[in-house]
Design a protein around this ligand. Structure first.
Ligand code: PLP
Length: 388
């Protein structure tokens, strides 16, 4: 049996995989089992921030593997403490809870928001969280409930109660209405809805959100699982809008390819999680944290400016290109509405040695943040050919 047959027989049928087995790579380049070369514009869904087998990252990770690969949270550990310090110093957040994935980072965000409301009111009557339609927050029963898309609310019920879904409108009037009709503690959202089709929230909506949150005493909970860690050209996407979040969750690109989730807690909520109120066996694993320190310490202003410059290049190259209907997104998280069906575009790109992904019906580009200009230009030329 070859690997594809073995996978089909023994792996649960949850993934519609591309007919491609990747074996190795370096930076923005990956190779399949036949040694065919591809330029990576997907980064394992915004995960391999500095590409494949980045030298500095690999050195940090292997040093930690050889020193101590796991301690559990029964003990103190340097990489985890140092990473938390870096995250707080760069964001102004006060404390961090580490987990292993985006869904878990959001679970913690939800628990912290509800604990804050419980602490404040002394009961569970203010536990409702407003999320947005077309959002995506994860695959656990609770984060599916938080996800504002009906397709995810079927056949796995009962789902966790306490979520209501607002429209993304001009001035956040829909959020205001829900805040008036329900006893809410928080509003949770992505600044750019990634899985929803790379849809940035309108600036006027974000301004509206700020006002409603202040008036109704709602916590601002921002899901930066995909948008975070430099992806949009700022360290976190909320920084484009001068938002002051109470809770920020992140994961995907944080550790450059190792599983790590982080929930950052601001001033108001920094002390609501008390001993035994939450935990994770693997959370803050030293190997993942060593990888994250290597990534996070290189998300400098220079690097972020480079992300923006590459984004501008892609926009100028593709905006007027044949077969392109529109482009949305921020930084190196872009969604292209194409004339050809996206499955066909992906397949042609694969044939020609480029690996973008899709988001709903759009072509989604998530290249490594440090992709070389030559590789980027070569990949964009190929995409232009394919789309024409
Ligand atoms: C991917 C994603 C998640 C879920 O992350 P997992 O690591 O797959 O659990 C949550 N929120 C957003 C915005 C995401 O893009």
């Amino acid at each position: 049996m070859n690997i594809i047959e073995t996978d089909k027989q023994y792996i649960a049928n949850t993934y519609a995989r591309f007919p491609l087995q990747l074996k190795s790579g370096k930076g923005a380049v990956m190779y399949d089992e036949d040694g065919k070369k591809y330029i990576d514009l997907g980064t394992g869904i915004a995960v391999t921030t500095f590409g494949i087998a980045d030298e500095e990252w690999a050195t940090a990770v292997t040093a930690q593997v050889n020193a101590l690969q796991h301690t559990s949270n029964l003990y103190y550990s340097e990489p985890c403490a140092q990473l938390a310090k870096m995250l707080c110093e760069k964001t102004g957040m006060k404390k961090v809870f580490f987990s292993n994935s985006g869904a878990e980072a959001n679970e913690c965000a939800i628990k912290a928001a509800r604990r804050w409301a419980f602490t404040k009111y002394g009961d569970e009557n203010h536990s409702t969280i407003i999320t947005l339609k077309n959002s995506f927050h994860g695959r656990t029963i609770t984060t599916l409930a938080a996800t504002g898309q009906d397709v995810f609310h079927k056949e796995f019920g009962p789902f966790t109660p306490g979520f209501v879904y607002a429209d993304v409108d001009e001035n956040a009037d829909s959020v205001r209405k829900l805040a008036e009709e329900n006893d809410c503690c928080a509003i949770m959202f992505e600044v750019v809805q990634g899985e929803g089709g790379v849809m940035p929230l309108p600036a006027s909506f974000i301004e509206g959100l700020k006002k409603v949150a202040e008036e109704k005493d709602l916590l601002l909970v921002i899901d930066e699982v995909q948008t975070g860690n430099g992806r949009t050209g700022k360290l976190y996407s909320y920084m484009h809008f001068g938002l002051e979040p109470d809770i920020v969750s992140t994961a995907k690109g944080l550790a450059g390819g190792l599983p790590l989730g982080a929930t950052m807690l601001g001033e108001k909520v920094q002390d609501v999680l008390t001993p035994s109120s939450h935990g994770s066996t693997f959370g803050g694993n030293p190997v993942a944290c060593a990888g994250a320190i290597s990534i996070f310490s290189r998300l400098t202003d220079e690097l972020l400016a480079e992300v923006t410059a590459k984004s501008d290049y892609i926009l100028s190259a593709l905006q007027e290109a044949k077969g392109v209907k529109s482009i949305s997104g921020m930084g190196l998280m872009l969604g292209i509405e194409t004339e050809k069906p996206v499955a066909e575009v992906l397949s042609s790109c694969r044939e020609k040695g480029v690996l973008p992904i899709s988001a709903k019906t759009k072509l989604r580009l998530l290249p490594p943040l440090n992709i070389g200009w030559d590789e980027l230009k070569e990949a964009i030329e190929i995409i232009k050919e394919v789309l024409a």
